[in-house]
Design a protein around this ligand. Structure first.
Ligand code: NAD
Length: 513
């Protein structure tokens, strides 16, 4: 499969074997008889098996997580940061090996696979600094000899339910921040990428054990409808941070809010780039192509729509089609490949079905749109990335097809471009390519992009960890990773201290007894 390493070599490098426990709660638990097989999208082959977490083990995991929370939440935050610093260092040492496993299990190219681990390292660095900056505000009390301030208190055990396409970085966005905030974390990764989760947990928990901290990170593996439902309906889990599709997110949101629990929802996107005639077209071309093709269009921030100024539409689209024809699709282990496989056969079927619907709705297929057989990897899940000229009244372009399909639109005025841009249910990432300050400021105004992320002269994909990541509308409204997202993992407590010899009441209320 790879030039230098076979599958068993990749597994051995990260401490995995033919059959692996999918349950960690201080120890690896040989939980159940039921197993999940992890298949590689690269060639459709079976990689290894994972035992699914049984209900009893889940119960034990939650109880242990609560116990670990009691201890961990009392550790000073800067000291919690030291653990995360050491975890970041361990990930640095294992970056290449873990990156290779990501490529094998979800089909990311080498640089993207390693980028996934780099993102975890970046979040770890961020979390270390944050561990000394969990600030609250101080207010002036209206009462004499009173002090008022707010403090942030750890929340409790939380859970992270993650999607296949960021098989471990999404966990770290949540978990490293939650850990410095004093929470413990139960992770349910995607059943399509369980091995990456197990390998990461081995590295992370090796550090936790070595430094003698409580077992703050645990792992459960199983389907959304079994273990996922247990988590959503479990009142002991204070926050469910969910990353996945809009239908799953809507359901989880209903279940968790039904018990008045908290959620962070990071759901599907339908991201667009506006390309103005006043842009640097080389930057725009690269930004749109990378956004649409990276991770084979399987990023939540993938560019799914390009809205192009009619003055440059024909030449820009022609260049884009040409760029697509030069992009190599194939095994992520091969040098020069920029687009790997889709995750599974179902994803390929979804891609083909969307192309078919788009054509029926009047869309014009400009390139790609077919299943691709890659020599030596005949059972892999490859497609040729598609560009479709959108037609008026099309509906398929309003939904997220998690595959490399780019719809292109022509616009006459920026107002019209903005209408096309915002006329979808999702609101994750957006971008404009323009060197005209008026256009840029319009895009950034309240009449402009309605997304959680708005980029100028850089594409929709590839967010940095330092900003708060997330989207509006059906993307769910969640924010993770940078900025003040840490507040989601803590509860705010407003404190009033009376240090006087009287009991004055607020608003001048009198109560003389
Ligand atoms: P998915 O919704 O099929 O699964 C995501 C996770 O949810 C998995 O772990 C799955 O087992 C679990 N799940 C499913 N049903 C559940 C239930 N009833 N209860 C609890 N858990 C349940 O999504 P996917 O195919 O793995 O990932 C692709 C989707 O994720 C795309 O829509 C993509 O846009 C989205 N995504 C969003 C972001 C973001 O930050 N906004 C990031 C990555 C991926």
């Amino acid at each position: 499969m790879t030039k230098n390493r076979d599958v068993s070599g990749i597994l051995a490098d990260v401490g995995l074997s033919e059959t692996n426990s999918g349950s960690f709660n201080g120890n690896w638990v040989e939980s159940g008889k039921e197993r999940i097989t992890s298949f590689s999208p690269v060639d459709g082959s079976r990689i290894a098996e994972v035992t699914v977490t049984e209900r009893e083990t889940y119960e034990q995991t939650v109880r242990k997580s609560i116990k670990a929370f009691e201890e961990w939440s009392m550790v000073p935050a800067p000291e919690r940061g030291i653990l995360i610093r050491e975890i970041g260092n361990a990930l640095r040492l294992n970056k290449e090996k873990l990156g290779r496993l990501v490529s094998l299990e979800v089909g990311k190219t080498k640089s993207e696979g390693e980028g996934e681990i780099q993102e975890m390292i970046d979040v770890a660095d961020f979390a270390v600094g944050l561990s000394r900056q969990l600030y609250g505000l101080t207010m002036s009390s209206e009462r004499t000899n009173h002090r008022m301030y707010e403090q942030w208190v750890p929340l409790g055990p939380i859970s992270v339910i993650s999607s296949f396409n960021f098989p471990c970085s999404v966990w770290s966005w949540n978990s490293f921040i939650a850990a410095v905030a004093g929470d413990t974390v139960i992770w349910k990764p995607s059943s399509k990428a369980p091995l990456t989760a197990i390998a990461v947990m081995k590295v992370v928990n090796g550090v936790v054990k070595r430094l003698g901290y409580p077992d703050i990170f645990s792992l459960v593996i199983g389907s959304g409808s079994s273990i996922g439902e247990l988590i959503s309906s479990d009142h002991r889990i204070k926050l469910v941070s969910f990353t996945g599709s809009i239908p799953s997110g809507k359901h989880i949101s209903t279940v968790v809010s039904g018990r008045l629990g908290k959620t962070i929802l990071e759901l599907g996107g339908n991201n667009a780039a506006i390309v103005s005639s006043k842009s640097d077209l080389n930057i725009a071309l690269k930004g749109v192509a990378f956004g649409a093709l990276a991770t084979a269009g399987q990023r939540c921030t993938s560019t799914r729509r390009a809205i192009v100024d009619s003055r440059i539409y024909d030449s820009f689209v022609e260049k884009l089609v040409k760029a697509y024809s030069s992009v190599r699709v194939g095994s992520p282990f091969e040098e020069g490949v920029l687009v790997g496989p889709l995750i599974d056969g179902k994803a390929v079927d979804g891609f083909l079905k969307a192309i078919d619907t788009a054509k029926k709705e009047g869309g014009k297929l400009l390139c790609g749109g077919t299943r691709l057989t890659v020599k030596g990897h005949e059972k892999g899940h490859y497609v040729t990335p598609a560009i479709i000229e959108a037609s008026k009244g099309m509906t398929i372009d309003k939904t997220e097809t998690f595959a490399p399909i780019l719809y292109v639109y022509r616009y006459e005025t920026l107002e019209e471009a903005m209408d096309i841009h915002n006329n979808v249910p999702q609101g994750l990432s957006s971008s404009i390519f323009s060197n005209d300050v008026r256009e840029v400021e319009y895009f950034l105004s309240s009449r402009g992009s309605d997304c959680g992320i708005a980029n100028v002269n850089t594409g929709t994909a590839g967010a940095e960890i330092g900003g708060a990541f997330g989207g509006e509308k059906e993307t769910g409204g969640g924010r993770e990773s940078g900025s003040d997202s840490w507040k989601n993992y803590m509860r705010r407590q407003t404190v009033t201290i009376n240090y006087g010899k009287d009991l004055p009441l607020s608003q001048g209320v009198r109560f003389d007894v």
